[in-house]
Design a protein around this ligand. Structure first.
Ligand SMILES: [Zn+2]
Length: 94
């Protein structure tokens, strides 16, 4: 998906800013910002899953590799290796 990297950066900055703002505001606004921050963290995690991550190559057996996130052993010949079947991480075959 196009534009994910700048969107991830935007939300990560917003998470940092909400911590800074939160320190100086009322209790009710603080509660709202905490809730919003929780949603932003979930959004970042979902977007990072959609960002292709390079697989970890197997040094001995070239046909095998591992998911960079959950370390599931994967076969490069699998036609559907755009995503990890275990955790759903988007993969980049190198
Ligand atoms: Zn995985």
């Amino acid at each position: 998906m196009k534009g994910l990297t700048p969107a991830i950066k935007y939300f990560k900055d917003a998470i940092k800013e909400s911590d800074e703002i939160s320190a100086e505001c009322s209790e009710s606004l603080k509660t709202e910002l905490t809730k919003q921050k929780g949603y932003f963290i979930i959004a970042v995690a979902a977007m990072e899953k959609q960002t292709p991550n390079p697989v970890i190559p197997n040094k001995r057996i070239a046909e095998l590799c591992k998911c960079p996130i959950c370390k599931t052993e994967l076969c490069r010949d699998d036609n559907d290796l755009n995503y990890c079947p275990t955790c759903g991480q988007a993969l980049e075959l190198s």
